[in-house]
Design a protein around this ligand. Structure first.
Ligand code: F0G
Length: 460
């Protein structure tokens, strides 16, 4: 065999395996019907390759599992908390830490602490739970991401960037005192896992601080973002991920974190701040909603696993394998002519359902239908990220119609092999060849909050 390029392999090997169930099409058709054509309502045991999410689906290392045995389960002052606090200070640079059970716990408390009813919260594209917590606190989310982010085919290296003009226009329109803070998500999940450049967050920080506005980083996938900066931004090629992450976070005043992504654990999160007054408020609130401020809804062992995951995830060779595994799947699909969000993002390959099922109107939920069809055809589970996820305008009650109508094939960290991705690619390409037979869906049950999780559908 002649190699066309130097081969590459994961910087880890497998110690424990979990068997997968292989099912047939007829069985999956029945499962999907019972699940109301919503992949969130399937039983995991009926899924062959699970690309629903990269959240909490990570494989932990022996180092992390060993740390689990060192869980200090004291109610107060667990040593695992202090270790986690030390690592957050070391890798992200924030002064104060409040652990939470996961990201939305952090979003809930920070939103309640900083938003007063009637305030605006700009951000680089909405995220479902983030926006809902801002709204529940009385705020209004305003999208200030660059236009390129809403175009699935536009080849921009930092599609997650904030549009400084949009941000400045909002400040001028409503007044700086009505802007609670700006959230910078990095990478931007709903845009396709697209990164934010260092130059951009620096400029955002300058503009925000000049107007007395705080910058809140959604640090959920900020380590993946750091890798893209190292690869794509002038002046960062010779910097380590660790150096890049520290600089990136230094332009923000606080962070909310879902440790279930970057930090290689199955549960956990935190909110971290530099401001003592905000910390005081959060520390008061956490005992009401999550638990004491030295555990925040987590077991000691979970905090230990998260602190150790941080040390592993910041390694350059690990992150190169992570990002390149996602790119591997994306490149196969792109080469086969399957429409995907381009460039390939950090945590997932996003199928563009508007172009994939161009005969199904957005009101008939093409991405929801595509996710269901892919499961039925192959047992591969993805997630809708389009009109269903976008939900309704809180004032008018009308459905948002996002430009991006996507199915996310999310890659769990250190879980699947290249062969699993080959099988996935093969099945997506087969489905693409038969795309004209596909039919849309109608929604028959719609929950009040975050409808995509539990909504039910029927075939048109
Ligand atoms: N922010 C971002 C960018 C996220 O992707 C998520 C979760 C959260 C906040 C909330 O964190 O789930 O720990 O409460 N995203 C998951 C996903 C659910 O599948 O993308 P959480």
């Amino acid at each position: 065999m002649e190699f066309t390029r130097k081969p590459w392999a994961e910087p880890y090997k497998i110690k424990v395996v979990e068997p997968l169930k292989v099912t047939d099409r007829e069985y999956r058709e029945k499962c999907m019907q019972e699940a109301g054509y919503n992949t969130f309502l399937l039983r995991s045991e009926d899924v062959y390759i699970d690309l629903l999410t990269d959240s909490g689906t990570n494989a932990m290392s022996d180092y992390q599992w060993a740390g689990m045995m060192l869980g200090d389960e004291a109610y107060a002052g667990s040593k695992n908390f202090y270790y986690l606090e030390e690592n957050v200070q070391k890798y992200y640079g924030y002064k104060y830490l409040v652990p939470t059970h996961q990201g939305r716990g952090a979003e809930h408390m920070l939103s309640q602490a900083l938003i007063k009813p009637g305030m605006y919260v700009p951000g680089n594209m909405y995220f479902t739970t983030t926006r809902l917590h801002q709204e529940l606190a009385g705020g209004t989310f305003v999208d200030v991401i660059i236009d390129e982010a809403h175009d699935s085919a536009c080849d921009h290296p930092f599609k997650g960037n904030v549009d400084l003009n949009k941000f400045e226009n909002l400040i001028n329109k409503v007044g700086a005192d009505k802007v609670a803070y700006i959230t910078v998500g990095a990478t931007v999940n709903m845009a396709g896992g697209q990164p934010v450049s260092m130059a951009n967050i620096k400029a955002v920080s300058e503009l925000a601080h000049k107007n007395g506005i705080k910058v809140v980083l959604d640090a959920t996938r900020a380590m993946e973002n750091a890798y893209f900066i190292q690869q794509r931004e002038e002046g960062y090629q010779n910097k380590t991920m660790q150096e890049i992450l520290r600089e990136f976070a230094s332009y923000s005043d606080a962070a909310t974190m879902s440790g279930k992504k970057d930090l290689l654990v199955n549960i956990g999160g935190f909110v971290a701040v530099n401001d003592w007054d905000v910390f005081e408020e959060l520390r008061n609130m956490v005992v009401v909603y999550e638990g004491l401020h030295t555990y925040g809804g987590l077991a000691g062992r979970d905090m230990e696993a998260m602190a150790r995951g941080m040390e592993e995830a910041i390694q350059d060779d690990y992150m190169a394998s992570r990002i390149n595994q996602v790119a591997y799947l994306g490149n196969i699909l792109n080469d086969a002519g399957v429409p995907i969000v381009w460039p390939v993002g950090g945590h997932a390959v996003f199928l563009d359902a508007k172009r994939f099922y161009d005969h199904i109107p957005q009101e008939q939920y093409p991405a929801q239908a595509l996710a269901a069809d892919l499961y039925i055809a192959s047992g591969v589970r993805g997630m809708e990220r389009g009109i269903v996820s976008a939900g309704r305008n809180k004032e008018t009650g009308e459905e948002y119609k996002p430009k991006l109508e996507l199915v996310r094939l999310t890659i769990p960290r250190r879980v699947y092999t290249q062969s699993h991705l080959d099988v996935t690619a093969y099945n997506v390409i087969e489905l693409f060849k038969n795309r004209h037979q596909a039919k849309g869906l109608k929604m028959v049950y719609e929950p009040k909050y975050l409808r995509f999780f539990q909504a039910r559908f029927e075939r048109m």
